[in-house]
Ligand binder design. Structure first.
Ligand SMILES: Cc1cc2nc3c(=O)[nH]c(=O)nc-3n(C[C@H](O)[C@H](O)[C@H](O)COP(=O)(O)O)c2cc1C
Length: 184
């Protein structure tokens, strides 16, 4: 199998990381893969905030969980009240934000994230895409701490770190069948 397809199939979300910091060259290679994603109208509307400060990563998790605990969605509220670190104590977290006025910022940022996850896997670095971080963005005083440029909206976090566990086999979680139809 070719190496790209093999990496796509091997990548799994990793949620247990070694505390070891990421090598600068690995981090740069991952970010560089992000900026090579396709984007609508070639807007390239992404902005990456790299956070390696453990105290701030812990702060983002605990503030997000306070908001989650108040959620009307039971599983989110349960997670907000649990011991789980929503950023999994990752040594590096990238907040991915998009320029609001661009043509398709959420799609473009998502494409950039997938590129980064695959680049990380190709370097045997663990990663997980975290949507629950959006609960951290709800309080203006917290949002300000990210120092985003004007006009940018944070969408997601990507946790990165050397793997403390091996990925699950490529077949897990099981992929749903019946989602491909050859028309005609
Ligand atoms: C938009 C999006 C949001 C996600 N948010 C979270 C999250 O908040 N926390 C988490 O642990 N995983 C999150 N994930 C990872 C998914 O749970 C994971 O991709 C899915 O279970 C399939 O597993 P795999 O990545 O190992 O193939 C998210 C994935 C996507 C695409």
């Amino acid at each position: 199998m070719n190496t790209v397809i093999e990496t796509i199939k091997r990548r799994r979300s990793i949620r247990t990381f070694l505390p070891k910091p990421l090598a600068e060259e690995d981090l740069r290679a991952i970010l560089d893969a992000g900026i090579h994603a396709p984007s609508g109208h070639n807007d390239q509307p992404w902005f990456f905030t790299v956070i390696r400060n453990k105290a701030f990563i812990d702060y983002m998790s605990s503030r997000a969980k306070e908001v989650m605990a108040e959620s009307e969605t039971p599983w989110i509220a349960r997670m907000g009240n649990s011991d789980r670190h929503i950023l999994y104590n990752a040594p590096a977290v990238i907040i991915v934000s998009g320029r609001r006025q661009a043509y398709s910022p959420l799609s473009d940022c998502s494409a950039a994230i997938q590129n980064m996850l695959l680049a990380a896997e190709s370097l045997n670095i663990g990663s997980v895409w975290v949507g629950l971080i959006d609960h951290f963005f709800t309080r203006p005083e917290d949002l300000q701490k990210l120092n985003l440029p004007d006009g940018y909206q944070p969408f997601y976090a990507v946790c990165l770190g050397y793997k403390a566990v091996e990925s699950a086999p490529a077949a897990l979680p099981k992929r749903n069948a019946g989602v491909i139809h050859y028309w005609a």
